[in-house]
Design a protein around this ligand. Structure first.
Ligand SMILES: [Cu+2]
Length: 493
C-alpha cells in the first residue's frame, strides 16, 4: 500500500479532476496514524469545536445550491418539504452538476422512509459524518480537523451528564455563535440536563448488551436498539419539532453532528467489545451518494464503512462493554441458532391509543398457549424455565410528534411507590422515527425489551396469567399527536 502525505491531499482537493470516485483518504492507507475524534469537552475537542464553528459560519453563508452549504448538507439528511419541491425551490428547474448531485444525495437518510432496511441506520450515518468531516477539512484547508463527539451518557461528572456543551449555547460569543440554536426545548440552552424528566434514559447499557447487529427473533438487535432508543431520545430531548426533534429539520442544528458522532462511537465501541457486523452481501453492496470535498458526487458502499480501522480514524474514548445483567441468560453471539430458534407469542394486546395520562393495558395470554402451559405446569410444576422473554412493540403511528417519551412498566399496581415502579420498569419508548401518516410495518422495524429478568424475578408468569403494562408519558403529549401502538406481544424463545 502506498501512503500519501497530507500535503498531497490538499493539492488533490484543488485539482478535482484527479480525484478518484472514492477518495483514497477513506481507504485507510493515507495516514500513518489513525485520526482521532475527541470528546467535545476535552481540550482538543474544544479546539476542534472552534474550528467547527468557523466552518459552520462559512457553510451557512453559502447559497443552498452550493454542495458546500449548510442547507445542502441538512437536505442530504432529510427535507421539511418534498424532495422535488426543495430541488425546484433551490435550483429553479435549471440542471447543473450541483442539481444532479442533489437529485442523487438529498433525503437519503436511512432508514427514515418506509420500506428501507433498518440495518442501514449506522452505516449511512457513518458515511454522512465522514464526508461532512472531509468537507470541513477542505473548507478550512485544515486536514487535521476531526468532528468532536458529544458524550451525554451517565458516568460523567454531574456537571456534564446530559448537558448541552456550553459551546453550543453561547449566542453572545462571536466565535461560537454559529453553533447556537434558539429552537431547542426549554432548559436545554440554559444548561439543564436534557434527561431531567427521564432519569436513566441516556444510559447506553441496553444497546451495549445486545449481541447481534440485526433483529433476531424478538430481539431488536444493536442497530435498532440504538436507533429507536438512545438516538431518538436525544433528538427529542434536545427538541423541537421544527429542529432536532423532527427528522426533516434535525440536521439544521449544529449539535446534530456531535450527536451522530457519538452514535458512531457507540457502534465502534460495540464492535470493540467483540460483537460482529452483518456479512450479508446484499447489505454490504448497497451504494449511497454524497457531495465529496471537491463538490463532486462520490459514492460509497456499505461494506466500505464497516469498521473505523478500515477508515483510519479512532475515538478518544470507547464505551465499556456492560456486565451481564443480574440473573440474565447470556445471549447467543452468532446469528445462526438465534435466527432459527422457535419463537412463541405467549401473550398479546391489540392496538392501544395513548392519551395524555397513564395508560394501563392487559396483555392476555393466547388461548392455545394458556392451555398448553397449564398442562405443562400441571404435569411438571418444578421444571426450571430457561426461556428468554421479550416485550415486542410494533406498528407505531402518530398524527404529529407527541414530543414526550413514555416509560413502560410491567405489572405495577395503582398508586405504586416510585421505588416499586423503578423495580418493574421495562424501558422507554419514543416516537422519533415515526413519521405522521406513514405506515411503518416492516417486519424488521420494531422495538423490543428483554424482560426475562422481570418475568423470573417477580414471578410474573406472563405466559399463564397475562400481565398488565403501564405506560406513563414524561409530560403532556402534544395536542393532536394521537400516538398509537399497533401491537404489543410477549414472546418467548
Ligand atoms: Cu439522528
Amino acid at each position: 500500500m502506498t501512503s500519501t502525505p497530507r500535503r498531497t491531499f490538499l493539492k488533490q482537493v484543488g485539482v478535482t479532476a484527479a480525484l478518484p470516485l472514492v477518495p483514497a483518504i477513506f481507504t485507510g492507507c493515507t495516514y500513518p496514524a489513525a485520526r482521532m475524534r475527541y470528546n467535545v469537552l476535552s481540550a482538543q475537542g474544544q479546539a476542534m469545536t472552534r474550528k467547527f464553528a468557523r466552518a459552520v459560519e462559512i457553510m451557512k453563508s453559502a447559497p443552498a445550491g452550493d454542495p458546500r452549504s449548510w442547507i445542502f448538507w441538512w437536505y442530504t439528511h432529510a427535507i421539511p418539504v418534498s424532495k422535488a419541491a426543495a430541488i425546484e425551490q433551490v435550483f429553479g428547474g435549471v440542471s447543473s452538476p450541483a442539481e444532479d448531485l442533489a437529485q442523487k444525495a438529498w433525503y437519503t437518510c436511512q432508514p427514515h422512509q418506509s420500506g428501507e432496511n433498518t440495518d442501514n441506520f449506522l452505516p449511512w450515518h457513518r458515511m454522512f459524518i465522514l464526508f461532512f468531516e472531509k468537507l470541513i477539512g477542505a473548507i478550512l484547508r485544515d486536514d487535521s480537523f476531526t468532528l468532536p463527539y458529544w458524550n451525554y451518557s451517565p458516568g460523567l461528572p454531574s456537571s456534564q451528564s446530559g448537558i448541552m456543551p456550553e459551546s453550543f449555547r453561547s449566542p453572545g460569543d462571536p466565535l461560537l455563535a454559529s453553533l447556537y440554536c434558539a429552537d431547542r426545548n426549554s432548559g436545554v440552552n440554559s444548561g439543564s440536563p436534557i434527561d431531567a424528566q427521564n432519569p436513566g434514559l441516556l444510559s447506553t447499557a441496553s444497546a451495549m448488551a445486545e449481541t447481534t447487529y440485526s433483529p433476531q427473533g424478538p430481539d431488536q438487535g444493536f442497530c435498532n436498539n440504538l436507533d429507536f432508543g438512545l438516538h431518538g431520545s436525544v433528538h427529542l430531548l434536545v427538541g423541537t419539532t421544527t429542529n432536532m426533534g423532527y427528522i426533516p429539520t434535525s440536521a439544521q442544528d449544529p449539535v446534530f453532528w456531535m450527536h451522530h458522532c457519538n452514535i458512531d462511537r457507540l457502534w465502534a465501541s460495540w464492535n470493540r467489545a467483540g460483537n460482529p457486523n452483518p456479512t450479508d452481501p446484499d447489505f454490504l453492496s448497497q451504494v449511497f451518494w454524497f457531495a465529496g470535498p471537491d463538490c463532486r458526487a462520490v459514492s460509497i458502499k456499505v461494506g466500505d464503512v464497516m469498521s473505523i480501522a478500515q477508515l483510519n480514524y479512532t475515538y478518544q474514548e470507547f464505551e465499556p462493554a456492560p456486565f451481564p445483567l443480574r440473573g440474565s441468560t447470556p445471549k447467543p453471539r452468532n446469528h445462526g441458532p438465534w435466527a432459527s430458534v422457535f419463537t412463541t407469542t405467549v401473550a398479546s394486546a391489540g392496538a392501544v391509543s395513548l392519551g395524555s395520562g397513564t395508560t394501563r393495558i392487559q396483555i392476555k395470554p393466547t388461548p392455545d398457549i394458556q392451555r398448553r402451559l397449564f398442562d405443562l405446569s400441571a404435569a411438571a410444576p418444578s421444571v426450571p424455565d430457561f426461556s428468554a422473554y421479550y416485550l415486542v412493540i410494533r406498528d407505531l403511528r402518530i398524527n404529529a410528534q407527541p414530543e414526550v417519551i413514555y416509560a413502560l412498566y410491567l405489572d405495577v399496581s395503582e398508586g405504586a411507590s416510585d421505588e416499586a415502579l423503578q423495580a418493574l420498569k421495562v424501558g422507554d419508548l419514543n416516537f422519533f422515527q415515526v413519521m405522521p401518516g406513514m405506515e411503518m410495518d416492516e417486519l424488521a422495524r420494531f422495538v423490543s425489551y428483554d424482560i426475562t429478568e422481570l418475568v423470573k424475578a417477580f414471578g410474573l408468569s406472563a405466559s399463564v396469567c397475562g400481565v398488565s403494562l403501564t405506560i406513563i408519558p414524561s409530560g403532556e403529549p402534544a395536542a393532536g399527536s394521537e400516538p398509537v401502538i399497533g401491537s404489543i406481544t410477549i414472546q418467548k424463545v
